[in-house]
Design a protein around this ligand. Structure first.
Ligand code: ADP
Ligand code: MG
Length: 461
């Protein structure tokens, strides 16, 4: 029918606009490299903030003692305790508690948010075994993984530059994150010293390095996206401090804010951005990360419903609600291997209240998932390729291997996305690509890494 033809025309148009052939990805990677240089040259020199983490030494494996971590990244919040065994002891034990952040706290006051976090920490500590209690006169120490753009002043202080990923608490911007946390802990009667402030990429890099010495890049693909890597201190013109003994400095790229004319943006992306809490910002993140993939799909389906009666004569009202289609649901549909696409059918019913979809319709939905996820995964790979180029590790140099520590719910659970990302990077590296790099899933690396950095920056060292 002509309706079906119109619907398919929308699919084909999307496919064309989302196209990411190798040549285009290489342009994206080159643009990433250029922006990295610009961001390292001067403060504000690029959309890429290339933040100096003040981490100039990654864990060696010799760390010892009981340390804590708080991980505030977007969707979930975690409290973690890690017992480190010192040289050859590795991680003796670890324990965590997880809670989801109540949505109202994401747009409330900084006091309310930090009181909630401190209260969760208080609960965790109250419930723990006596053997973890610190000896008299000694404070517990923690690493705080706070995954929003922060201008670090030292390893354990830094001011929030702006919010991302749906958070918006105006009174917090410009404040010291550790000071806010410490005040809240005081209000909650918790006596813990914050020894390190990092974000999830730095934590993942540290956690990854602890278990594999070839880890030199960390990439987070979760609610949002970001990357960190080890840079030569001398290649950071904007760093005016003393050169670290290691000669290295870990850089938090804040790559979610990357933007380039080479990015394949569609009308759906422009509309999503314009209606977002942070219009014009985090453009790369809005193309590739978990918070947005499902929402892009919803927007395409809405247009197909409105212009081509894709779900029948009426546009399902639920289809008009922003963010009702979450990326985990999109991924469940994408991975549906049943002959009649039962999962797709159920998701469409549960989320949009459309029943009796035809197999043809469900197949089209899966195809849309594939187009949107493929674009995101390929662009993420191009970003990593850009970082490898900047590090001079984009060509195989014999025995040397670069390991990329990966973490985040999207990478962990969206198998098609992950496979596409990994295959695309190998495609971009060409030739012997797969022998010069490796991916490592650094499960919970960000929290463990923060605890490791708290250990190496302990006040009792
Ligand atoms: P955060 O990024 O908030 O710190 P995670 O790393 O756990 O937290 O990532 C959570 C995000 O991962 C979710 O917001 C979602 O976008 C994505 N995600 C979680 N589960 C799945 C899944 N099964 N399929 C696809 N994406 C998922
Ligand atoms: Mg996280």
């Amino acid at each position: 029918s002509s309706r079906w033809a119109r619907a398919m025309a929308i699919v084909r148009e999307l496919e064309e606009k989302c196209g990411s052939p190798e040549a285009k990805l290489k342009q994206v990677a080159d643009a990433m490299t250029v922006e990295m240089h610009a961001g390292l040259a001067s403060e504000g020199g690029s959309k890429l903030k290339m933040l100096i983490s003040h981490v100039d030494n990654l864990p060696t494996g010799d760390e010892e003692g009981v340390y804590y971590a708080l991980d505030l990244g977007g969707t979930n919040f975690r409290v973690l305790r890690v017992e480190l065994g010192g040289k050859t002891g590795g991680i003796v034990s670890q324990e965590f508690a997880e809670a989801s952040i109540p949505p109202e706290l994401m747009v409330g006051t900084s006091e309310a948010l930090f009181d909630y976090i401190a209260a969760e920490l208080a609960k965790f500590i109250t419930e723990e075994e006596e053997k973890y209690h610190p000896p008299p006169g000694r404070q517990r120490e923690l690493g705080f993984t706070f995954s929003f753009p922060v201008m670090q002043n030292s390893i354990n202080s830094g001011t929030l530059m702006r919010w991302t990923k749906g958070f918006s608490i105006d009174d917090m911007v410009g404040n010291d994150v550790v000071a806010e946390l410490s005040k809240a802990m005081h209000r909650q009667g918790v006596d813990v010293h914050v020894s390190a402030l990092v974000n999830d990429t730095i934590g993942t890099l540290a956690g990854g390095r602890f278990s594999n010495k070839d880890v030199a890049i960390a990439v987070i693909m979760g609610t949002g996206t970001n990357a960190a890597y080890v840079e030569r201190a001398q290649a950071i013109p904007k760093w005016h401090g003393p050169l670290p003994n290691s000669g290295e400095m870990v850089i938090n790229m804040e790559w979610g804010n990357f933007k380039s004319s080479h990015l394949p943006l569609t009308e759906y992306d422009h509309a999503l951005d314009a209606e977002s809490l942070n219009a014009g910002e985090q453009v790369f993140e809005k193309l590739i990360s978990g918070m947005y993939l499902g929402e892009i799909l919803r927007r395409v389906l809405l247009r197909m419903a409105e212009e081509a009666a894709f779900f029948g004569d009426e546009v399902p009202p639920k289809l008009k609600t922003p963010f009702v289609l979450r990326t985990p649901d999109m991924s469940a549909m994408h991975h549906d291997t049943s002959a009649d696409l039962r999962v797709v059918s159920n998701k469409l019913k549960d989320i949009f209240e459309v029943s009796n979809t035809t197999l043809k319709t469900r197949r089209a939905v899966v195809e849309l998932c594939n187009i949107i996820a493929t674009r995101g995964a390929r662009l993420a790979a191009a970003g990593i390729f850009g970082v490898l180029k900047k590090m001079g590790k984009d060509t195989s140099t014999g025995a040397e291997k670069t390991v990329i520590a990966m973490d985040g719910g999207l990478y962990e659970h969206y198998t098609e996305y992950r496979k596409c990302l990994e295959n695309t990077l190998i495609e971009l590296l060409g030739g012997d690509g797969s022998s010069s790099i490796a991916f490592e899933h650094s499960n919970d690396g960000s929290g463990i890494g923060a605890a490791l950095l708290a250990a190496s920056h302990s006040q009792y060292r």
